[in-house]
Design a protein around this ligand. Structure first.
Ligand code: GAF
Length: 386
């Protein structure tokens, strides 16, 4: 059965290009269960792919052009030539840079891409920290390579997406979002070593819901604050004489405490302890130990709030509201880059109605904002749809 996104992209393709698309592709957004701001420190993350993502309907062309129509931008059309370097998108079509950058990255790796007509639509809430851009990069990389008859590994697809984000779009992000979008597996979370790109899939415990709640706090200053955090982490690693914070532990940090300012110290403490929590969380999840998972998520939130300083008063309030509605075991924390966006709760399914009620009753009172609640499933990564 075709999904709503397949139906929409298929109809639009027919209208815009006068024929049916040859193939459909899908890549998901993600939610990170734990391991925040650890990826660019060569550390560990534990995300899962979610059942919100981006679909591309596509057919090959017999020239060197990629022509893209975006259903979510009133069928805006943007086209580019497959030459190096790829041109930046015209004003108003910024969304196409994620696709252009991915095409450029694949070609720079030596892949011979062929022209294509693409129609894109997605349902990942945008600007919510659920990686709508990674989904777009990964699905476009899959579509362009598959239509050109190129076999590419999920990790290489992810690296092309990250290169698009870093080198073409200009956001200095890590590898987590593209890796989970490319490599996720249904009903599993994925422990990722962001240095080696080794992955370990962990089955989600039965009867547990992944609840994502968008605080609707507008994510302001994300890029500049993100870059500042990166610099602080690099500076802490340099002071301790290690390649990345992944290579430091708390005793090394304590040894160097007097050599760094207190902000740098706290930033490093967050990353070092978050890596430890992420490894512990992968064990807790493997053992279906939701109580331990909840404890680690709570500590992670406090560390993001007090040491890394990336939360927001409304998000802290939302976490408190959800936490007090969890009856037995489970946990909740902010997820993603921070300064707005979503929280994630991992809770027994029977707690979901009480959580929904508590958020509806309390959140607007405390923040002046309304939250959007999504009950998600861990899904598979990028795939060619039948
Ligand atoms: C954003 C980035 F894109 C990721 O690479 C990661 O650093 C995350 O923020 C924080 O954990 O999603």
């Amino acid at each position: 059965m075709k999904t709503d996104l397949q139906v929409l992209t298929s109809q639009t393709f027919q209208e815009q290009f006068g024929s049916a698309p040859k193939q459909f592709y899908w890549a998901p957004g993600r939610v990170n269960l734990i391991g925040e701001h650890t990826d660019y420190n060569d550390g560990f993350v534990l995300p899962c792919a979610i059942n919100y993502g981006t679909v591309i309907a596509a057919s090959p062309r017999d020239d060197n052009k990629v022509v893209v129509v975006a259903c979510d931008y009133e069928n805006a059309r943007s086209q580019f030539e497959l030459t190096l370097p790829v041109a930046k998108a015209e004003e108003g079509n910024f969304w196409c840079n994620y696709i252009r950058g991915t095409a450029q990255a694949l070609m720079q790796k030596g892949h011979q891409l062929k022209g294509a007509n693409l129609v894109v639509s997605g349902n990942v809430p945008q600007g919510a920290g659920l990686s709508s851009s990674a989904a777009l990069e990964v699905v476009s990389g899959l579509a362009l390579s598959h239509l050109s008859g190129i076999e590419i590994s999920p990790a290489d697809l992810a690296l092309a997406g990250q290169s698009s984000e870093n080198d073409f779009v200009g956001s200095n992000t890590g590898i987590m979002d593209q890796m989970i979008s490319a490599c996720g597996k249904e009903n599993h979370a994925m422990l990722l070593d962001c240095r080696s790109l080794d992955t370990m899939l962990i089955s989600m415990p039965a009867g547990v819901a992944v609840v994502i709640i968008n605080s609707n706090v507008q994510r302001g200053l994300v890029d500049s604050e993100y870059n500042t955090r990166r610099k602080q982490c690099e500076s802490a690693a340099a002071i301790m004489g290690v390649q990345a914070l992944r290579d430091a532990d708390m005793s090394l940090l304590e040894e160097h405490k007097d050599n760094m300012d207190s902000t740098t110290y706290r930033r490093a403490r967050h990353v070092i302890t978050e890596n430890i929590r992420t490894m512990a969380a992968s064990e807790a999840l493997s053992a279906s130990d939701l109580a331990q998972m909840g404890e680690l998520m709570a500590q992670s939130h406090i560390s993001m709030r007090d040491d890394f300083e990336i939360t927001h008063p409304a998000i802290d309030a939302l976490v408190e509201i959800v936490d007090s509605a969890i009856t037995t075991e489970g946990g909740v924390r902010m997820t993603g880059g921070g300064f707005g966006g979503c929280i994630v709760a991992l809770v027994p399914e029977q707690d979901v109605p009480a959580i929904r009620k508590a958020v509806e009753k309390e959140y607007e009172k405390r923040s002046g904002l309304k939250a959007d609640i999504h009950i998600c499933k861990a899904t598979s990564g990028a795939t060619v749809l039948s």
